[in-house]
Design a binder for this molecule. Sequence first.
Ligand code: FHN
Length: 589
Amino acid sequence: MRRIFITTICLIASICVSSSAETNQDRMTWFRDARFGMFIHWGLYAIPAGEWKGKQIPGIGEWIMNRAKIPVAEYEQLAKQFNPVDFDAERWVRTARAAGQKYMVITAKHHDGFAMFHSKVSKYNVYDATPFHRDPIAELAAACKRNHMPLGFYYSQTQDWHEPDGNGNTWDFDPAKANFDKYLHEKAIPQVRELLSNYGPVALIWFDTPRIITEAQSKELADVVHTLQPKCLVDGRIGNDKGDYRSTGDNEIPVKVLDYDWETPVTTNDTWGFKTSDTNWKSAQTLIRQLVDVASKNGNYLLNVGPTSKGDIPKPAIERLQQAGAWLKTNGAAVYGVKPSPYPYEFNWGSVTAKGDRLYLGVVEWPKNGSFELYGVSNRVRKAVVLGEKNSPLKFKQSKTDGHDALRLEVPSNAPNPDVSVIALDLEGTPSVNTELVQQPDGRVTLNCALGKLPAETKLKVSNRGITSGWLDTSEKVQWDFQLYRPGSYQVLARTTPQRGGGGWETSLWEQGNELQVTIGDKKISHALGNDGKIADARNPLTPDIKSQLGVVSLQPGAHHLTVEALKIGSERKLGVRLREIELVPVSE
Ligand code: FHN
């Protein structure tokens, strides 16, 4: 009796607290600590796995219905074959847990309109329409509960290629006749209600491709979520800025720390839904590097797996997850619950995270000469260790070289960890660093457009990745102030980025005929942008940059001001100057 009374009081108290006082800040706490989640794209599309009627269909696997313009009546037939006999929810959750992932998000309904849960709203669901006759979402929710793993649901709120009133199917239905509001109220919202009512606490709903959804509709949807489950997060792709946190573009890692909550969804290969022919797996090192980098910029890393139609997570994905899990066992302190880097810019060698009086240096490019240097830390360093190397604090020296703070660590000549080695610096006090743009110990100065100044009246936009767009006028410019420490001759490089083509990066477009002028003090160089080679961006390996050598300048140490302008703008494609960064590289390199 007493127990029932206490339980009832607790329940009432918790409902009262959550429904009346739950704010975005309260909801976000677990998400900020988690940093690493598993995304699962699983649906009927895993059966064709990229191939339709003997033909390979280009693009991402879960889009096959759209890319091959498969009529609803034909695509629906796939349901009769869906029987994932290997599906074992417990195994998936354990895989995520062993990988060090702190939440899972599964496609409850993707754009194809097929519900992967037992829905009473539409018979087009995995329980009613397949021989499997089970509810994998219910099984996953139960396994997550057993393993204390927060579970979220992906729900495609706007695109639904199965419904005449949903968005996106132009091959079966006439978009002019679609009544989206009807679809929203008769399918999307009722199904979202089911997901929030029948599967226990839901960590988040991952809406996607908002497209035509209006502000009022996005708000209504977010309100439905927060009313039914006040603690449930809503991702930014609900549209119209109604999410609890923002989502970057797919596979997109911003170039700087963002001062809001965000998440990036990332593919392990190039597809989300399983595709037999896609073997372009990112290395475990790339994934780990990206994870640390995302944390260093205040984001969460939602790494996707696309299970097969039998219910197996592909082996190459499992292997990479295992490697990430092993790495996190030793180095998790540099990822979970961390604060972003105190530096506003990226380092070529890796990424920085912070916690309390500690800085974590996630080093990918380990120095070969036994010495690692970092500029700009003004705290006194108390101790430096490599995580996982218990017995050996690193020797170090702090100095004021030419008036600036320099830290030199003696490090082993081989990287302690083949993926990312983490140096933990214990500081006196919370990290205090010089946030100016400065020459780095390797002699380079990197000036990304996201950290530059634009004219007051400008049409230029700079993306999260630091790439300019709308640079179609010669009056535009980007400017930076920076400190140089060493005199010498520097090659001035421009890194521009092609525009993604309709068929992906293989068909990317790059404008010919742009000519840039760089001014540093009284020195000017100008050059037409040539293609002097591609540079893979280690943080965004899908999106290569093009390097152009603009010329050599000789500079003295001190404060400098650099301006880049376009003297000529190629007009063939009207892409304008897609500049990412200007880099000064010592010519002796
Ligand atoms: O169109 C979808 C795509 O299929 C996949 O679900 C990704 C995951 O972020 N979101 C959309 C494209 O951005």
